[in-house]
Write a protein that binds this ligand. Sequence first.
Ligand code: SAM
Length: 257
Amino acid sequence: MDACLSSGQQPRPLEEAPSPPDDETLHTDGTSRCPGDSNEIEASLRSLQKFVPTNYASYTQENYRFVGKKIVIQESIESYGAVVWPGAIALCQYLEEHTEELSLRGAKILEIGAGPGLVSIVASILGAQVTATDLPDVLGNLQYNLLKNTLNCTTYLPEVKELVWGEGLEQSFPKSTLYYDYVLASDVVYHHYFLDKLLATMVYLCQPGTVLLWANKFRFSTDYEFLDKFKQVFDTTLLAESQESSIKLFKGILKWD
Ligand SMILES: C[S@@+](CC[C@H](N)C(=O)[O-])C[C@H]1O[C@@H](n2cnc3c(N)ncnc32)[C@H](O)[C@@H]1O
C-alpha cells in the first residue's frame, strides 16, 4: 500500500505498509505477549465471541505489524467500518514514529470512527489509555479486535463506546468530565451525509490542551470543502502527506477565541 508519507518540515518517509510477518518471526519474538499466539488467551477470546456481530456473512483476517507486534484484524467487506482504511495505516505509522514526542504513554485518547480498531490497538500498545468509538453496528467487531490484540500486552485495556457523530454527546460524554489529550480520526471524511455533525463532534470533544490528529485519503471535492471548514475552527498543521496516495495527516488545535 502506498501509505508512505513525508513531512514538510522533516521529510521522513514512513515504512512500507506492514506486511504479515511469517510464523517463525512470531514464534521467536519473545517480547510479544499479544494474543493470537497463546492458548491461554485463545481461551479467553472464546468467551468473548458474544462480541462478534452476527450481521456480517463473511470475515477475513488481515495481519499488520506495528511496534514490533503482529496485529490481527478481523475484517468484513460488508461494512465501511469493518475494514482498515489507508488513513489508519498512515496514522499508526505516525504514532509509532513519534511516540516520545507525543508523550503517548499514559495519554488519554479517544478515537472516533474507529472501525475495526487498528489505530486504537496501536495507541494502546504504545501505552495510551484509549477509548475507541463508532456506530453501534460496528462495536462488536471493534471490541473483538481490541481484545484479541491487547489483552495481557498493554498497560491499559482499551475501552469501546458508542459515539454517533452529533448525537447525544452531552449525555454520553459530559463536558464536566470530558478530557482527552488526543482525539484520533482516520478516514472519517468521505462521501457521507454527516460531515457537519462530524466537525461538530470534533469540536465538542476538544478541550484546551487536546490535540486532534486526523489522517485522511483525499478523494472528493467534498473532502477539501470539509478541510476548509476544519481550518476555520482548528489551528491546523499538516504533519505529513503522500502526494502519491493523496493521504494527509493533520494536527488540529481548537481555536478558543
Ligand atoms: C471509512 S471508515 C474508517 C474506519 C477506520 N477509522 C479506518 O481508518 O480504518 C469510517 C468510519 O466512520 C464510522 N462512521 C460513519 N458515520 C458515522 C457516524 N455518523 N457516527 C459515528 N461513526 C460513523 C464508520 O462506522 C466507520 O467505522
